[in-house]
Ligand binder design. Structure first.
Ligand SMILES: [Zn+2]
Length: 329
């Protein structure tokens, strides 16, 4: 089951609510999933959806709220929509249908703007129905994306204005055949789910959002630590090689007492940071002091290696060479 379908299954169980809200909901279903047909002098109204549960909701709105003659529900395979079945709720011509068309202002485009000035409850209902009939929501594990599709620009603008009135900042984009009004920020999608009353979905959505942001933070911390540890280990290895080289060629006794004590500490604690080495000294020495002495040690070793090789070898190569010799021997 897709994430959007989960959300829709929750939303179709909402109470139909006040009369004003039912009207707003039905208007959205007709705007975004319906069409009026006039053949000859006969009028008919169709609402198409790919979800059986949404079709049932449209069906009961027509029947309970507008007492329209039991509408015809047709199931068509691959009708209009590419995948799944499509459910078509059709109302045939009658005085009542004409009254409804008039009441909902379906023949006048500008009638919808009345909704923006209308009650908050109705605006929520409109957005809920818009999402039910034309919305989709991607799984937050993969990406954050919520969109509502419409064939017409004025409806896209209407939807965006309604969302804006709730403090959201949706974007609209033109598609091949119509328009998408969409939200990309996770917190805005959360607000939208709250507005339309998808509370169970919102709960799961927030859980995933929190887990994801925690995972990201932990990863960032781990990467940072790893980089630091790697740097420390690499530096310590270089120092160990230099000190071992000095030790082999001249002995640590050849060093001044401050350098000698640091060299001994480093050999005894290969994994310690410079700061830790400084703390082990008596009296303790600050990090920059230790760093200064350590550089002196490495420099001394380098100078010695340079001299020994007649001006060609380096400490590192010299040390590696010696280790290899030992392993072979
Ligand atoms: Zn209302």
């Amino acid at each position: 089951m897709t994430y959007a379908l989960q959300a829709k299954n929750e939303l179709v169980r909402h109470n139909l609510g006040n009369n004003c809200c039912r009207r707003a909901e039905l208007t959205a279903f007709i705007h975004l999933g319906g069409n009026l047909q006039l053949s000859g002098r006969k009028l008919s109204l169709n609402v198409v959806t790919s979800h059986a549960a949404v079709a049932r909701r449209v069906f009961s709105l027509f029947r309970q709220t507008f007492k329209l003659a039991v509408p015809e529900v047709l199931v068509r395979k691959k009708f209009r929509l590419r995948k799944n079945n499509a459910y078509l709720v059709r109302i045939n011509d009658s005085p009542k249908l004409r009254e409804l068309v008039e009441q909902l202002g379906l023949l006048h485009e500008d009638k919808t703007t009345a909704l923006q000035a209308g009650d908050r409850c109705c605006r929520r209902s409109y957005l809920r129905a818009a999402f039910l009939i034309a919305g989709s929501l991607s799984n937050p594990e993969n990406s954050y994306h919520l969109e509502i599709y419409t064939d017409y620009l004025h409806q896209a603008e209407e939807l965006a204005a309604l969302m804006l009135a709730f403090g959201l900042t949706p974007k609209t984009i033109k598609r091949k055949n119509g328009f998408l009004v969409y939200l990309k920020e996770s917190d805005q999608i959360g607000v939208f789910l709250n507005i339309i009353g998808a509370h169970t979905t919102l709960f799961g959505f927030e859980n995933i959002r929190i887990l994801k942001s925690m995972r990201n933070r932990i990863n960032r911390l781990v990467n940072f630590e790893t980089a630091n540890v790697n740097k420390t280990v690499e530096a310590a290895l270089k120092q160990m090689e230099a000190i071992q080289y000095l030790c082999r060629l001249r002995g640590l006794a050849s060093l001044t007492p401050p350098l000698r004590s640091l060299a001994e500490l480093r050999l005894a604690h290969p994994e310690a940071s410079l700061q830790e080495l400084g703390e082990m000294m008596s009296p303790p020495l600050g990090k920059s002091g230790v760093n200064h002495r350590m550089r002196k040690l490495v420099k001394t070793a380098a100078a010695l290696a340079h001299k020994e090789s007649g001006g060609q070898d380096s400490v590192r190569r010299g040390a590696n060479h010696k280790t290899k010799g030992k392993q072979q021997g």
